[in-house]
Design a protein around this ligand. Structure first.
Ligand code: GLV
Ligand code: MN
Ligand code: MN
Length: 407
């Protein structure tokens, strides 16, 4: 069976237009108008193929192949459709629309194999609204529960419960994992390895874990012209030193794997002629080893406390979210390697520095992930891109794995 590569690319190009920032990358937060438009776009294609459609209370969608029977175990494939602010046109949506493409191809070929097939679209993977990644998959796996609907708030204080307009979370939000034989997520690499080595397929071993904290440094606001340099307690200068210390400490990792990022900051009062009174920023640390994540985080936080004490600023640290690294299923990995060899595709077994919904599902269902190259290794930015032939190869490989090695 062969997927329709032209159709996949044309679907990707269509939905690229559903953005809040035309001309400056794709900005499509979950629960926004453009998110709804992409959902409707996908549902429309699924309806035309006679698929079953189910949307849960937090907005995860499941589409079932028309020929699925109740007695069959299901292979589920999918990803997310939301983006970061001014993100790229492929992160998440590529895996989602490739899964749709696989489903359309199976449907057109009246496929009836040993396993049934579903496409899943996970809600709020990027955490763009609430700062917590993989929200949809955390609800279906029970990591998040009803109380998180109030805990998760956007920058204006609006809760997830308010977004969803629900009183309580239904019990059936958690998947019946016994229904499933396997889960696959196809994704762009978002890093430089495959592109640099000119390899079309990445087969994933581990998905990095991450721990995120929110740090508030408070100094003394004052007049920017009248306050001598020796009499300042500038919260932003202290925060700058804190961020540089995180960069320095984590850069010394002998394995050169651990990464630290301060990606979000708010400054108060944020006026050019006022010494900043307080600064809040996020700090996340990622690695494939949870002990390293924790030990680097403790080292960095100790140093941040020292820096703030030195500068006579106060510091408060709030744990925001934490996800452990996950090793994906070895049998599935071997099956994917076999398919790559049969199809004469060069592949590389590698880890994922980005987090993915598949890692939340992996403890419950045998799970595999496939990467295609990202040009110049760039992602989460408008530049994000992948060669057309690589996009098509990845989707075809997904179909080949499902119809070949999983039979
Ligand atoms: C998700 O894209 C992440 O790894 O932050
Ligand atoms: Mn993604
Ligand atoms: Mn992403």
């Amino acid at each position: 069976m062969v997927i329709n590569g032209e159709r996949l690319i044309s679907h990707l190009k269509d939905v690229r237009e559903f953005t809040d920032t035309p001309g400056n990358g794709v900005t499509r937060f979950s629960y926004s108008e453009n998110d709804s438009k992409v959902r409707e776009y996908i549902l429309d294609k699924a309806r035309s193929a006679g698929c079953s459609i189910e949307t849960d209370a937090v907005g995860n969608i499941r589409l079932g192949l028309k020929n699925n029977t109740d007695s069959q175990k299901i292979i589920v494939c999918g990803s997310h459709i939301d983006t970061v602010r001014n993100g790229g046109w492929l992160d998440g949506i590529y895996g989602s629309l490739s899964s749709l493409e696989v489903m359309l191809t199976l449907s057109e070929n009246s496929y009836s194999g040993r396993y049934g097939f579903e496409t899943v679209i996970f809600a709020e993977e990027e955490g763009s609204n609430f700062g917590s990644t993989m929200t949809g998959s955390k609800f279906i796996t029970g990591i998040y529960g009803d109380e998180d609907l109030d805990r998760l708030k956007d920058d204006s204080g609006r809760t997830l419960r308010e977004y969803l307009s629900i009183d309580s979370l239904p019990d059936d939000i958690i998947w019946d994992f016994d229904r499933y034989r396997a889960m696959f997520e196809l994704h762009i690499e978002q890093g430089p390895v495959l592109d640099r080595e000119n390899i079309p397929i990445g087969i994933i071993n581990a998905v990095f874990g991450m721990r995120t904290v929110e740090i508030t440094v408070t100094g003394v606001g004052n007049h920017a012209g009248a306050t001598p340099m020796s009499e300042r307690f500038d919260a932003l200068s202290a925060a700058a030193l804190c961020i540089l210390s995180a960069e320095k400490i984590v850069s010394e990792d002998p394995d050169r794997r651990t990464v630290a990022t301060a990606g979000k900051m708010s400054i108060s009062p944020n006026c050019s002629n006022v010494i900043p009174e307080s600064v809040t920023f996020t700090l996340e640390i990622r690695d494939s080893d949870i002990h390293k994540i924790d030990s680097y985080m403790e080292k960095v936080l100790d140093e941040i406390r020292n820096i703030c004490a030195d500068r006579k600023c106060t510091v408060s640290i709030r744990e925001h979210s934490k996800g452990a690294p996950v090793i994906l299923n070895e049998d599935i990995r071997k099956r994917m390697i076999k398919t790559a060899q049969k199809k004469n595709l060069t592949y590389k077994v590698m880890d994922s520095g980005a987090v993915h919904d598949a890692a939340m599902i992996a403890p419950h269902i045998d799970t595999g992930m496939i990467f295609v190259p990202s040009i110049e290794g760039r992602s989460h930015v408008p530049f994000e891109d992948t060669k057309t032939e690589d996009l098509v190869t990845g989707a075809q490989f997904l179909l080949d794995v499902i119809t070949g090695e999983m039979e």
